[in-house]
Ligand binder design. Sequence first.
Ligand code: SF4
Ligand code: SF4
Length: 447
Amino acid sequence: MTQETGETMLQSRDRATAGPRDRVVLNLPELDQCVHCGLCLNHCPTYRVTHLEPESPRGRIHLVRAVAEGRIEALDPARGTPNERFAEHIYLCLMCRACETACPSGVQFGRIAEAAREVLGPPGSPMARRLARLAFTQVFPFPRRLRWLASALRLYQRSGLQRVIRLMLPRRLREMEALLPTVPSRFFAPEADLPAIGKRRARVALLSGCVMSTLFGEVNNATVRVLRRNGCDVVVPRGQVCCGALNVHNGETTAARRMARRNIDVFLDAGVDAVIVNAAGCGAAMKEYGHLLRDDPDYAERAARFAALVKDAGEFLAGLGLVPPSGRIEMTVTYQDPCHLAHGQKVRAQPRQLLAAIPGLHLVEMEGADRCCGSAGIYNITHPEMSKELLTEKMAAVGRTGAEAVVAPNPGCMLQLRFGAQRYGPALPVFHLMDLLDRAYEAKTDC
Ligand code: SF4
Ligand code: SF4
C-alpha cells in the first residue's frame, strides 16, 4: 500500500496531461460540495485501517478533482490503461458510502467513485480486467447463463472435485476458493403470479436478483410468502435481469445502463404499486436508475418513475404496516446494517421495527452495526487483506453482543458473515430478515 499523501501525489503529476474524456466524465458538481472539513475521515473503513489521506473520502475527492482539472491522469495517455496509483486509491474504497452519512455538506461520494471507476474500467491485472469484463457483459446480464454457471459450480462442489482441487491450490487461491458459497439444490423460479392471503392491500413485483435467485432462492420464497401474508399480490416479472450494481461499482457502466433499461421496461409494464427488493445493494442501485440514465432522452423520465417505485422489502412492509406474526422465535439476535441499506438508502429503523414485532425475539445492538463487514460486492476477492481486517473487527463486535444469530438483509453481507462465523467465530447462524419473519408466520420456533 502506498505511503504517499493525496497532496504529494497531486504535486508529482504533470498538471496538463489529463485526457479530455476523463475531465468531462469527472467534472462533477459533487466535487464542489466538499469543504474539506475531514468529518468523514474516521467513518471511512479504509482510512481507519491505513490512516492515509488518499485512502479517505477527502483524499479520493482531491484525486478525482486533480483528474478533472488535468493535474493528473486517470489513464495513460498513450496506452489508455489505468494510472495504477490513481486506480489503487479508487478501488481500495469499499463503496460503503459511510462517508455520505457523516458528511455535513451532503457530498454524494458514491457518485464520485462510480464516475471514477467508469473512467478506469474494472480493477486488477490485465487478465483480471478481461475476466471481469467478460463476467459483467456476457454473464450477469443473462439470467440463463448465470444459472448455467451456478449449476457448474454446484456440480464442482458436489462431485468431490472441490476437495481435490483445494489440495492442489496455492494458499492465496485456496483462500479465494474458500469464499465460494455453497450452491443450493434449487434456484428461485416461480411459475405464476402469487395472490395475496386475506384482504388485498397492494400489488407488488419482486426483483429475483442474480445472486438471490441462484444462491438464496429460499430467501426469495420466504419474501414472497411474507408479502402475501401482508396482503400483497406478488408478481415476479419474466424478462427481468440483474440490477447492474456490480457493473456500476466495477466500471462497467455501459452494460449497467442496458440492464437498467431492460428492468425499467419489464417492471413498468407489470403495473405494480411497488418494486420490492430484498438485497440492499440491488435496491440502492435501482433507486439510482434515474441518475444512471439521466442523459438518456428516451429513458430519463421512465427511469425516475421506476426508481420512485423501488422499495427495500423491510422498508415496504414497515410502511404498509406489518401484519403481526403469531409464532414465537425465542432467540437473541444482533443486526448488521448493510451499507447500501443504511448509508445508501437511509433505511435503518424499519428492519429493527420488524424484528421487534416478532414475539420472543430479542434484538441486541452491536457496536458499529453500520460499519462495513468487508464484503462489498467482489471486494473480498479483489482486496482480501483489507476485507479480512474489517471482517475480523466485525466478528469481534458480534461476539461481544452474546447474540445467538446475526440478521443481515443483503446477500453479500450474509455470505461474508457466514464465512467470518466459520473462520473466526463466534460460530452462529446468519439470517435474512425475511427468513425470520417467514419463520414467525409459520410459527416455527426451532431455528
Ligand atoms: S465509500 Fe466507504 S470506503 Fe469509500 S471513501 Fe466513503 S467511507 Fe471510505
Ligand atoms: S465530510 Fe464531506 S465535506 Fe467534509 S471532507 Fe468529507 S466529503 Fe468533504
